[in-house]
Design a protein around this ligand. Structure first.
Ligand code: NDP
Length: 293
């Protein structure tokens, strides 16, 4: 998509959301308006520091589980962007309680669903008039309005099927990476392709356990929501897609994760900039690899 004039990110207080804010300031044509939203702006100290470096950043309160904060944020964005509308909404905020079939409770399911599914749904609905305004200048080849939902490979139903199927998908998807890695690697300096590959392999390995049942079910629902929104909005010039950011070193991903926030977000922004009518609604990882739903 075109370099977006305006971008809104949910969950920008830390992790991937904060890194999206930092990296959008570094792209060749940074957005004129960068709305960094979080549920407790007063506690988001690092975000406040980043905002001191650029007048394009507006920090706003937006708790994706509280409709009134979504509506207030929408009014503020509207007053700033004017007729140009909102070009890019990144539904990044999410939670993962990491519970198993043994420990999960009804409240945990509802709480997670509320933030991971209702959050992106009602945030997108609230900002739809502004996304439509931005879409008015879209062409089919180069959309000027998009919604990106941050999903995860561990919500893929296809990758939870038989081991044979898993092996088939892995070898098919990773053959080009393996060849690339073989060409550029040395024992002391493994290539980025190997790092990427090990990240996805680790994530796939994690899909076949019953861990994080509430998280994975909610993100599978987010994938379906992405399809529904895509089907509804594609003819109106808004692309809706979803991204797997890799297994990333954040509070959620833990320090054991193989991918840094910088690598992940750099890849995600690259994938977003290549988004078009054909590839928009495909579950894609941060390296641009399509993944089975
Ligand atoms: P973190 O736990 O590091 O950060 C989560 C962010 O979401 C925080 O900014 C948090 O805000 C915010 N948040 C939580 N609840 C709400 C809410 N009700 N309203 C607004 N914001 C909220 O996670 P990551 O940065 O790792 O994850 C970002 C996204 O990437 C998530 O959707 C996650 O599912 C997805 N993802 C992450 C992976 C990983 O390996 N890290 C892998 C695959 C997907 P606060 O500071 O107030 O708590």
């Amino acid at each position: 998509m075109l370099p977006p004039r305006s971008v809104l990110i949910t969950g920008a207080s830390r992790g991937l959301g904060l890194e999206f804010v930092k990296q959008f300031l570094q792209v060749p044509t940074p957005p004129e308006f960068l709305f960094a939203t979080c549920r407790n702006p007063d506690n988001a100290k690092e975000l406040q520091e980043v905002a001191k470096s650029s007048s394009s950043i507006t920090i706003m309160k937006l708790d994706v589980s509280e409709m009134n904060t979504i509506e207030e944020a929408k009014k503020l964005v509207e007053s700033k962007v004017g007729a140009g509308g909102l070009n890019l909404l990144i539904n990044n905020a999410g939670i993962n309680k990491k519970v198993t079939l043994e420990t999960v409770t009804p409240d945990m399911m509802l709480d997670t669903f509320n933030i991971n599914v209702n959050g992106p749904l009602f945030t997108t609905k609230a900002f739809l008039p502004l996304l439509l305004q931005a879409a008015e200048s879209s062409t089919p080849i180069n959309p000027s309005s998009a919604v990106v939902n941050i999903s995860t490979i561990v919500a893929s139903i296809a990758l939870n099927e038989s081991t044979t199927y898993l092996e088939y998908r892995v070898s098919k998807a990773f053959l080009p990476l393996l060849l690339q890695a073989a060409r550029s690697s040395t024992p002391s300096n493994p290539s980025s392709a190997i790092v990427n590959m090990s990240s996805i392999m680790s994530s796939i390995a994690r899909t076949v356990t019953s861990d994080a049942v509430e998280y994975r079910v909610s993100k599978s629902a987010l994938n379906m929501l992405t399809k529904i929104l895509h089907n509804e909005l594609k003819d109106k010039g808004i692309h809706v897609g979803c991204l797997h950011p890799g297994w990333v070193q954040t509070d959620m991903g833990t320090a054991k994760a193989p991918v840094t926030v910088s690598q992940s977000v750099c890849g995600c922004i690259q994938v977003m900039s290549n988004m078009n009518a054909e590839n928009a609604c495909v579950l894609t990882d941060y390296t641009g690899n399509p993944l089975p739903w």
